[in-house]
Design a protein around this ligand. Structure first.
Ligand SMILES: [Zn+2]
Length: 320
């Protein structure tokens, strides 16, 4: 598909989603967006979960790169990790129309996840974690939306108004994207693998067995997509880490993902899949079962010590 045609279709799709009154819904019938036939799970839900999950994976890998290569970070590392995840998603897929469309769709899903998480937290009257090293979810939502808009102001022309982003912020999104984009390329120029260099140490991928049927179904979707393998391969192609690491999907007892440098392991908890599934429920008008569900909580509710991103600490990305 030509770049022009892709842009046209993306714009039409973005408009359709926005005008449907679902500011950032992930459209199930958008052409070219992968649809997974997970048993008992509808395609929009699966795509919502996969989009959020890949964003979390990339965010965590940004922590891996920053920590392992001692990349200077001028500002909060959590913000840098969000910006790196977003720019990596868009920049590494730009040459392939299908991948680029999926990246846009899934980044929208990640933004929507943060917005829903914020809404769920405020509905529960959770104490706002102003002290947290992550920005508030609603701020992370607007930052990702700003990057999407800044990356392509034609496709996302309707986005700022649809989500209530003031013109003053929207006006700066192109420059904001440009800085994030430059930083991404600066990182690769200074810390990336050179063309003649051999690939770095292996990145192992380990899947345990989920404890819930929902997580099992969603894990099948993750594996069917090949997301973890694809991201690991792309990472290894571009960055040489100083030592082996493992990406480990397992049960943790909490919905989180965390880089644990002392174990050389990035843990992606199955509970995160369950939590994202529950969160996706709140994006279906008229079909909410969330009244009986434990939605993701603010750290102040779930335990203030869970929101950190210290070198060895676990973190809750969607709840913080
Ligand atoms: Zn983080």
């Amino acid at each position: 598909m030509s770049g022009h045609r892709l842009r046209h279709r993306l714009a039409a799709w973005a408009r359709a989603s926005l005008l449907a009154g679902l500011a950032l819904s992930v459209s199930a019938d958008a052409a070219d967006v992968p649809v997974y036939r997970a048993q008992g799970l509808d395609a929009p839900t699966v795509n919502f979960v996969l989009g959020n999950f890949e964003f979390v994976l990339l965010h965590e890998l940004a922590h891996v790169v920053i920590g392992e290569l001692k990349v200077p970070v001028l500002g909060p590392e959590e913000n840098a990790a969000d910006y790196l995840a977003a720019t990596a998603l868009l920049n590494t897929t730009r040459d392939d129309p299908v991948s680029y469309r999926r990246a846009n769709t899934w980044l929208l899903a990640a933004a929507e996840g943060l917005r829903l998480s914020w809404t769920a937290g405020t509905a529960r009257a959770g104490k706002l974690p102003y002290w947290n090293n992550h920005s508030l979810n609603i701020q992370r939502f607007y930052s990702i939306a700003c990057l999407l808009y800044g990356n392509d102001r034609k496709v996302y022309a309707d986005l700022p108004a649809a989500i209530g982003m003031p013109a003053s912020r929207a006006a700066g999104c192109a420059a904001e994207w440009q800085k994030a984009d430059q930083s991404f390329h600066w990182l690769l120029d200074n810390f990336g693998r050179k063309p003649a260099e051999a690939p770095g140490p292996e990145i192992a991928i380990i899947y345990d067995v989920p404890q819930t049927l929902v997580a099992a179904e969603l894990l099948r979707a993750v594996q069917s997509d090949g997301m973890v393998e694809r991201v690991a391969a792309a990472m290894r192609e571009r960055i040489i880490l100083p030592r082996k690491i493992a990406l480990h999907m397992r049960s943790c007892g909490r919905p989180e993902a965390a880089w644990q440098p002392e174990r050389q392991e990035l843990v992606l908890c199955f509970e995160l899949l369950d939590a994202l599934y529950k969160l996706s429920d709140s994006r279906q008008p008229g079909f909410s079962r969330s009244g009986s569900m434990q939605l993701l909580q603010f750290p102040a509710v779930a335990g203030a010590d869970q929101g950190g991103c210290r070198a060895t600490a676990a973190e809750i990305h969607l709840g913080a």
